[in-house]
Write a protein that binds this ligand. Structure first.
Ligand SMILES: [Zn+2]
Ligand SMILES: [Zn+2]
Length: 232
């Protein structure tokens, strides 16, 4: 983070995930345009070379996917799908190569390409939709959002919450802002204030949020942001 990019560069990983997704879609469409015409006119592949390549492909991509499988960010997930596609693709090639040693069914070749590409495409689209939602600052997890709200409302001193916004920098690091209302009497002191803030801090600790901004409002106080968010 610096003075201009105060949230750091975590959102770059969303951008990367978007590009990866688009590349994978383009690649999938290309594979489909190659494979679909071959359905009508299947050509018997050279199975010995196919077999040797498939063994090499499974080994190399399997190793890469295994190394990346520990990652949790969205980008790593998309990349991992890409690698998994390669691995499973090579496994499919291997299976087809072995089957074609024994039978003369050249149509297996394009059929497996198409089936597998469609499978990958569905998952890429699902990942892209998650990325798009995070881009638009949707709550990363509505269950988490409700949990945070309920946890805050359990604090005796807090009567209500509004302008609660939960969004995520990259799907992993979340940002929370909220106005919380406390019913303060004239005897409200700095000690009360410190006590409420401590309770809020303790309540939020379990959620491990990256940035939190909580506005403490008194019941009789006019909300600075006035128009409350309409939540359906
Ligand atoms: Zn901050
Ligand atoms: Zn307010």
């Amino acid at each position: 983070a610096n003075r201009q990019f105060t949230y750091g560069y975590r959102r770059l990983s969303l951008f990367g995930a978007l590009i990866n997704g688009l590349v994978l879609i383009a690649g999938s469409v290309w594979v489909l345009t190659e494979a679909i015409p071959r359905l009508a006119n299947p050509v018997m592949p050279v199975t010995e070379g196919m077999l040797a390549l498939a063994v090499l492909g499974v080994a190399v991509n399997g190793f890469a996917a295994y190394r990346l499988s520990k990652g949790n960010t969205l980008n790593e997930k998309v990349l991992n799908w890409h690698l998994l596609e390669d691995v499973l693709g090579w496994v499919a090639v291997l299976v087809v190569a072995i089957v074609l040693q024994f039978v003369d069914w050249p149509i297996l070749d394009p059929l497996l390409s198409i089936g597998f590409t469609l499978f990958i495409l569905v998952n890429v689209l699902r990942n892209l939709s998650t990325t798009a939602r995070l881009f638009l600052q949707a709550a990363p997890d509505s269950k988490l959002q409700n949990e945070i709200q309920d946890t805050l409302l359990k604090i005796d001193e807090l009567d209500s919450i509004h302008h609660l916004h939960l969004w995520s920098l990259d799907g992993e690091h979340h940002v929370l802002t909220a106005h919380v209302v406390t019913n303060a009497s004239k005897a409200f002191t700095a000690n009360h204030y410190a006590d409420i803030k401590l309770r809020i801090a303790n309540a939020l600790e379990q959620f491990d949020l990256a940035h939190t901004t909580i506005e403490l409002e008194l019941t009789q106080e006019h909300c600075r942001d006035e128009v409350p968010d309409k939540v359906q």
